[in-house]
Design a protein around this ligand. Sequence first.
Ligand code: FES
Ligand SMILES: [Fe+2]
Length: 401
Amino acid sequence: MNDLSDRPSQTETTLDAMARMAADGNAGWTTLPPDAYCNPEIHALEVEHIFKAGWIAIGRADEVAEAGSFLTREIVGEPIAMIRGQDGILRVFSNICRHRWMKLLDGRGRKAVITCPYHAWVYGLDGALRKAPDMDQHPTFKVDDIRLGQLHHEIWQGFVYVNLDGRAEPLASRLSDLTPRIAAYGLDDWVTAGTVECFMIPWDWKVMQDNGECYHHAGLHPRTFQDVFPGEEAGAVTGNDWTMLWTPARDSLLETTASGETLMPDCYFEPLEGLDDFQRTNFMLVYVLPNFFIYLQPDCGLLIRVEPIAAGRCNMSGDLIVPRQAQALPDYQERLDRFTAFFNRFNDEDTPVNTAIQKALESGRGGPAPLSHLEAHNRHVAWWVASKLAGATATRTKSKS
Ligand code: FES
Ligand SMILES: [Fe+2]
């Protein structure tokens, strides 16, 4: 009779399936096993091997343009703060006091110094402790020895990324083959026009990634996307830690600019100069794995940031970004309102679907799903996640022997 303890656990079965997928490059063209989207043990491995080990988008450098301006985030349970110093340098700190661990800053704002709300220790914007009241009788304590924990960050195209474990390969090199593809947009010089604040979404970060394809335009977004950008025309290219998708606007809807160039319809602001034909007539989706999604068109963009909080649960925010000069348009606010309404419209279409999918995944029914050629992004994401966890599988196998 078999001893129950000899049977592989659900987690081991899922990790074994993922290891096979990593090894064969997802030759089977499937999603990950449903269990991978809702298993807390798999989530814990993702936190370690993906979210702490990789580069996580936390916002835009222009959001903290002034000395003293800051914004805070929580990435896989770790409070962090992005702050511009008096010296103009952007830094990312652990948002935890070095005394008894109180969270130092909340939300976003501007400060001359950082004062802990618990016992009023005071830090400079460079993270150095300046004052610690009533610590003078401590036998070894020295104010000068103490600094806030500083985290590795990189700014890519104006987007700020943080690496929690400090061991990731430089982001710029991971994205070196993506950067030239979007260089013409000059995203470094775009500005954040508004943020649809963080809210909890009841689905896994990988469901969010899966929803990034354009295959569902016809089924789910007939008016919002398919009428203009037919999903069956979508193309995709994938790289190290990224995917880029594009969908051309229907020929019959293309407009002609005053200078005789073709342009996709539905621009909310003025199209950028210097874009090529392809960039003016396609809408682009650029995904840097694991948590950065950008929708990009010739005149504006939308950055979606996803922060997992548990298996099957995330926080999500949307940042509307525009070329700096768009802000000078006389009817800028009206245009921005229309762009925001568009985001809300398609997000309202996606939300019930993603919610239903997570419920279905948690029901334990079904197996890995077959993928269309229009879901090349999904295939890449499944392979990428499986590859990141392949080391975890090896460690388990080794420890059992
Ligand atoms: S916890 Fe910050 S000063 Fe005590
Ligand atoms: Fe969608």
